[in-house]
Ligand binder design. Structure first.
Ligand SMILES: C[S@@+](CC[C@H](N)C(=O)[O-])C[C@H]1O[C@@H](n2cnc3c(N)ncnc32)[C@H](O)[C@@H]1O
Length: 380
């Protein structure tokens, strides 16, 4: 049973498909197919724990139940009822159905949801010879997603989104989602032996994610997942994956990671978050205004999520930040600079030259850009 193969789908935020694809590859999965917001791959049932524990930039891991054309409600009902739900959902399973439809004849999410729920119940009634389900057991979230009249039916193996690592005790004013922060680090040139700073680190998310990457700490190691309670996945697979993840942690060489923020409360919060993520020793946080930042190292990596101005700062303050940032980093050719901001004027203020790459992303539904300026490599 554990060797039975399934298709898993790692869902991603807009623009992060390539990062998640690389993560899926690095975990050794094959047969990878990428679509908007989805990275599908083949895995064994016993790989479900590993995918959930290790994927850093994906939102969730879904188990694909089936995919079929559905232009009418009858087609949807029949298609859903034909799938082997009893293979996963227990007779006492508590299940929720989510529905959505884009560019499809069936567009009403409520109707998609209720038809899907009815069809799953019909299937389970037949399979278990029951008329009524107590729904007191493990949780199952079924999702019916229609795109261009093709229905994709999945079960959510993650439960709470993968960004919920469990370390965030302090949130701050505008925290980045952990999954996005991990992607920013993975899109950069930072490696565990290189210097990293975030001069406006807020609750410390970027640096904490970097330290976890540097230490090879599985991001999901300290949380639980919905499918841990599913009898179809042997408890031993979870046990083994957790044990492997604990063994994989690399302590040893010190990391050089530094975080600053003007706000003392943010710095105290970032420290608390880092401790909770078990990387408290790996990051040096200090309260500092970016206008007082002095850099004497020739080589390094800077990754930061700048205040956007709209809600966090007034124009004059933002302008001051840009001026001092420009003064400090314009000529630092050995520094790779990565800035995430909603302010499209940023590249005009930063006179280092044109960014080597600009990536459009979304942060809490706000369109942002990730401006990447590549620095010279340090000598070996
Ligand atoms: C968008 S938030 C960063 C959020 C962070 N990435 C996180 O995940 O929590 C911007 C941060 O810039 C800080 N900030 C604003 N002006 C600053 C300045 N002059 N010097 C240093 N930090 C500043 C704010 O206190 C805020 O924490």
């Amino acid at each position: 049973m554990e060797t039975e193969t399934v298709t898993l789908i790692a869902t991603t935020a807009f623009g992060l498909e390539s990062v998640v694809k690389r993560e899926v590859q690095a975990l050794g999965f094959t047969d990878i197919r990428v679509q908007d917001g989805r990275v599908a791959f083949t895995a064994r049932i016993s790989d479900i724990p590993r995918a959930n524990l290790w994927l850093r930039s994906a939102d969730r891991v879904l188990l694909k139940m089936g995919e079929f054309e559905a232009r009418t409600f009858d087609e949807l009902f029949e298609g859903v009822r034909a799938l082997p739900w009893e293979r996963w959902i227990t007779p006492n399973g508590k299940f929720t159905v989510l529905g959505k439809g884009v560019k499809s004849q069936l567009g009403s999410f409520r109707a998609i949801q209720s038809i899907t729920k009815k069809a799953v119940v019909e299937r389970l009634k037949g399979a278990y010879a029951l008329d009524w389900f107590p729904e007191t057991g493990p949780e199952f979230t079924v999702q019916a997603a229609l795109r261009k009249d093709v229905a994709l039916l999945t079960l959510d193996t993650s439960g709470a989104g993968l960004h919920k690592r469990g370390y965030r005790v302090y949130t701050g004013k505008a925290p980045l989602k952990e999954t996005l922060a991990a992607a920013l680090v993975q899109l950069s040139f930072w490696r565990a032996d290189r210097l990293l700073i975030d001069p406006m680190c807020g609750s410390g998310t970027i640096l904490i994610e970097a330290a976890m990457i540097g230490r090879n700490i599985a991001p999901g190691l300290h949380r639980t997942f919905a499918s841990e309670a599913w009898p179809a996945i042997p408890a031993s697979a979870w046990h083994l994956a957790r044990e492997e993840a604990r063994d994989a942690i690399r302590r040893g060489e010190p990391l050089r990671i530094f975080g600053y923020d003007i706000d003392a409360e943010a710095i105290a919060g970032a420290r608390a978050n880092a401790r909770r993520a078990r990387v408290g020793e790996d990051i040096a946080f200090q309260q500092k205004d970016i206008r007082d930042l002095w850099i004497d190292q020739q080589y390094g990596i800077l990754i930061s999520n700048f205040p956007y101005g709209i809600k966090l700062l007034d124009y004059k303050e933002l302008n001051d930040i840009y001026i001092s940032f420009n003064k400090t980093f314009r000529k630092k050719k050995g520094w790779s600079i990565y800035v995430l901001t909603a302010d499209k004027m940023f590249p005009r203020y930063f006179k280092r030259g044109r960014p080597d790459r600009v990536r459009k992303l979304f942060n809490a539904n706000i369109e942002v850009h990730y401006y990447q300026y590549y620095g010279e490599r340090p000598p070996r």
